[in-house]
Write a protein of this length. Structure first.
Length: 436
């Protein structure tokens, strides 16, 4: 039997989607519901909070980077394992890249494809009845997207709530809740977004406070009642072929950005995942036949990584005979050195010839399309992949390694070559999400 679901969206970033989502799912879990929370778009940090709040693995659905069949399969898997699926949008509901309709990366694409209603979180600070005009615009913008309810955020007073909610209710769209401006709860942030869930000093207490706030100010019964069934597709899809039969996967707070759908897909294809912690100075298991260093925050732990002799020696030994791939932060660690935010330079693995710096920051953000120039753990030569970049670190010395991929932006504009490869070792700032 399929679970039901809905999407929590907003007119723009900063409206309060994450706190509403976490409060809602935490409150429903406390009621005994089996909830699966999903993030629309490329994001590593929010899904980790979703997983901590629900006790179920985090998941991303991305209409730009994932083929439609993969979206259907992943949504269906989530629905088979839960009673309710709650999808948190990113940015504004309709924000994405210009291009193929239905593949823009916007959460609205998911609403249309999966037939799920949208609950719009509207920050009403600085307005009252005018919020109804915003809601009306979102409700009528795309006939395939149904705005089924509204939650007001940052309400200043009871009079403020009544003015906004009565104007919106006159549109025939119910107001399901109103969160007061006073007592608002937020999560700590750093340069790539929120501080990771595993680093939050009092996460359970924070979820409890969010749940109590949701219980007090949101009609959770009405919210659950508007959910619609999530379609169940007939077959599962593997988004990226596993790079080996037994994959050593770096996993700790410095290497935490591995997409759940990729790792689950590798397992589905028959691979075994063997995690290890570089920060604990662990080496990859010698019985593995491929090594994956995901992204994360190596720039915050560069000194410990530089001093982790067992880790460094183990990876170097591994790379003599077996494939090693580094993604974003992992790519930085595969280089010769990493300059941290304070300007201190730390020796890294030296398996590729580049050097990187976090002190000389430059934001690189956006969807990417790539074609591989040679065989590597991300695919055979000529493989076409979709994903994204999100990093502040820059390459300060490129070395003389061969490039790994031909890079284009989300609209297909060529950006040259990127990444590096040398022997069995490869790496790039590009985060792969799925094959074309």
């Amino acid at each position: 039997m399929s679970a039901r679901g809905f999407i929590i969206g907003a007119p723009r970033s900063g409206s309060g989607k994450t706190t509403v989502t976490l409060g809602t799912v935490s409150a429903l879990v406390r009621r005994g519901m089996r909830v699966r929370a999903v993030k629309s778009g490329p994001d590593y940090i929010d899904p980790a909070f979703h997983a901590a709040a629900t006790g179920a693995p985090g998941l991303n659905l991305d209409s730009f980077a994932m083929p439609p069949a993969l979206i259907d399969a992943l949504a269906g898997e989530a629905a088979r394992e839960a009673e309710l699926v709650v999808i948190e949008a990113s940015m504004g509901l309709f924000d994405g890249v210009m291009g193929t309709p239905g593949r823009t990366g916007a959460a609205a694409d998911l609403a249309a494809r999966l037939g799920l209603p949208v609950v719009l979180v509207v920050d009403v600070s600085g307005q009252s009845q005018s919020a109804a005009a915003v809601v009306r615009g979102f409700a009528t913008y795309d006939p395939q997207v149904r705005v089924a309810g509204v939650i007001l955020n940052k309400v200043a007073s009871e009079r403020h709530r009544l003015q906004a909610s009565e104007a919106i209710a006159a549109l025939g769209i119910p107001v399901l809740g109103a969160l007061p401006r006073e007592g608002a709860l937020s999560l700590p942030e750093r340069h790539l977004g929120l501080v990771q869930a595993g680093e939050h000093p009092a996460l359970d207490a924070h979820f409890a406070a969010l749940a109590e706030r949701a219980e007090a100010h949101i009609d959770l019964d009405a919210l659950v009642a508007l959910a619609q069934p999530v379609p169940l597709p007939p077959a599962a899809v593997v988004p990226l072929d596993p790079p080996g039969q037994r994959i050593a996967l770096a996993r700790d707070v410095a290497f935490s950005f591995a997409y759940e759908h990729l790792v689950a897909g590798w397992r589905r294809a028959g691979a075994e995942i063997v995690p290890f912690s570089p920060l604990a100075d662990e080496a990859p298991d010698e019985a593995c036949d491929a090594l994956w260093l995901p992204g994360g925050y190596p720039e915050l732990h560069a000194g410990r990584l530089g001093a982790a002799r067992r880790f460094r020696d183990g990876v170097r030994l591994f790379a003599r005979t077996r494939p090693v791939h580094g993604e974003c932060g992992g790519f930085m660690v595969l280089g010769e050195s990493l300059e941290d935010a304070d300007g201190a330079t730390h020796e890294m693995l030296g398996l590729l010839g580049h050097a990187t710096s976090f002190a000389r920051r430059k934001l690189n953000l956006g969807y990417r399309r790539v074609e591989t120039l040679a065989a590597s753990p991300i695919g055979p030569a000529g493989a076409r992949l979709r994903g994204h970049e999100f990093h502040y670190a820059v390459v300060t010395r490129s070395g003389d390694d061969a490039p790994l991929v031909a890079l284009a932006d989300g609209q297909g504009k060529e950006m040259g070559t990127a990444g590096s490869r040398r022997g069995t070792v490869s790496g790039t700032f590009f985060h792969v999400i799925a094959r074309e």
